[in-house]
Structure formats: structure tokens, C-alpha cells
Design a protein around this ligand. Structure first.
Ligand SMILES: Cc1cc2nc3c(=O)[nH]c(=O)nc-3n(C[C@H](O)[C@H](O)[C@H](O)COP(=O)(O)OP(=O)(O)OC[C@H]3O[C@@H](n4cnc5c(N)ncnc54)[C@H](O)[C@@H]3O)c2cc1C
Length: 189
């Protein structure tokens, strides 16, 4: 079976890994020139975390997690206006929670493609899917290179009517980071 996954974000990478592990040949197409460095702090818990455990991704995610003590909300001058106790938040979330930067999570999912047999998943960065359509015997996808000068168009064909997209605690805590609206305070060593 052949699949084309559009987008090598967290969902696309994990979908490609799972399909590749199940024996599919996967073309993963991402319009960015490489893994995206942009991102923010994410809290990962509940069904998403359970799924990560079930498919064996948890250790890779736990390896890039942050130890967060609190989230402080600040005003324009950086003064704390209120604070969220993270231990309390973690308890409300069932006790198991990972605080991760989006790009770290993406890199972990990219590294997890090593779990798949070589050649099963092929990634094309700098390539954009511009058209998806189906006919009686499959799904057709037009992919265009995003680089300049533009390269010729390529059309891929998946003989199956399905295009599918699914989803560090190093012992030493990492330092804090700033999300657009709040500062994440690392736990004291
Ligand atoms: C500020 C903020 C805080 C968040 N906090 C949390 C949180 O605490 N917990 C949580 O679970 N979630 C959180 N989220 C949501 C979470 O970040 C997203 O749900 C998740 O990152 C989406 O991943 P994705 O792979 O589905 O999509 P994306 O990361 O958007 O990936 C899609 C990829 O597809 C590529 N692409 C798009 N179109 C094409 C095309 N035509 N051809 C080729 N490539 C294409 C894009 O370049 C991109 O790389 C937060 C989101 C934001 C913005």
C-alpha cells in the first residue's frame, strides 16, 4: 500500500511512522525547507499521551520535556499579574503531563522514523501539495517544489483512496522559556 502524507508536523510525522511500521510505503511532503524551528511550549497529557505510550513514542518525548514549576502571567512591563501552580495543573490532568516545545516534539517524531524499516518513509522538504483529487482507481496528488526557480511539477499517484494524517526529561531540568503570553518558570534545581 502507498500513502502520501501532507505536512511533516507532529501529526504527519507520526502518521508516516505508524503507516511505515504497518508496511506502507509513505511519501511525506513538507513545504518548509526543513524541520520547522518555530514553536511554543505545549502541555501534553490525556489521550495524546496515552497514544504516545501505546505506540512507543513516550520515551523520546520524555527525553525532551521541561520540568515546569509554574506559569506566570505578566504585564507589558514584565511584572507578574498571576501565577499557575503547575503541580496543581498536573494533578488536574491526571498526574501525567509532559511540557514540551513544539519543535522539540517535531524533532522527536522525526527521529522516531528510525524505528521504521529503511526506505519505507521518504520525506521531501521544500515541496508543496497543490492539488489532491481522486478518480475511480485512486488518489492523485500534485506536488510542486517551493524553491526558486521552480522545478517542474511532479504528480504522484496512490493506488488507494486514502490520504491520512493522524499525532527531553533529561534528569537535568532545562531552563525556562517564554511563550507569547506567559513565562514558564523552571523548577528550582
Ligand atoms: C500557542 C499555541 C499553544 C498550543 N498549546 C498546546 C498544548 O498545550 N497542548 C496541545 O496538545 N496542543 C497545543 N497546541 C496545538 C498544537 O500545537 C497543534 O495542534 C499541533 O502542533 C498541530 O500539529 P500538526 O502536525 O497537526 O500541524 P502543523 O504543526 O501545523 O503541521 C502541518 C504541516 O503541514 C505543512 N503543510 C501545510 N500545507 C501543506 C501543503 N499543501 N504541502 C506540504 N506541506 C504542507 C506545514 O508546513 C506544517 O509543517 C497549541 C497551539 C498553539 C498555536
Amino acid at each position: 500500500m502507498k500513502a502520501i502524507v501532507v505536512g511533516a508536523g507532529i501529526a504527519g510525522l507520526v502518521a508516516a511512522r505508524q503507516l511505515g511500521s504497518a508496511g506502507w510505503d509513505v511519501e511525506l511532503v513538507e513545504k518548509s525547507p526543513g524541520p520547522r524551528p518555530d514553536g511554543y511550549m505545549m502541555d501534553f497529557f490525556g489521550p495524546g499521551l496515552q497514544a504516545a505510550e501505546r505506540i512507543g513514542l513516550y520515551p523520546r518525548l520524555a527525553a525532551v520535556t521541561y520540568q515546569v514549576e509554574a506559569v506566570d502571567y505578566v504585564d507589558g512591563k514584565g511584572r507578574r499579574t498571576c501565577s499557575l501552580d503547575y503541580n496543581q495543573f498536573a494533578r488536574l490532568a491526571g498526574g501525567k503531563i509532559l511540557s514540551l516545545l513544539r519543535p522539540d516534539m517535531e524533532r522527536a517524531a522525526l527521529a522516531a522514523l528510525d524505528d521504521v524499516a529503511p526506505g519505507r518513509v521518504r520525506i521531501s522538504y521544500g515541496a508543496q501539495v497543490s492539488r489532491v483529487w481522486s478518480d475511480h482507481d485512486g488518489v492523485r496528488v500534485t506536488v510542486e517544489a517551493c524553491r526558486r526557480p521552480p522545478s517542474p511539477r511532479t504528480s504522484w499517484w496512490a493506488p488507494m483512496a486514502s490520504t491520512q494524517r493522524c499525532g527531553r526529561s533529561s534528569s537535568a531540568p532545562k531552563t525556562g522559556t517564554c511563550a507569547p503570553w506567559a513565562c514558564v518558570r523552571p523548577r528550582s534545581p
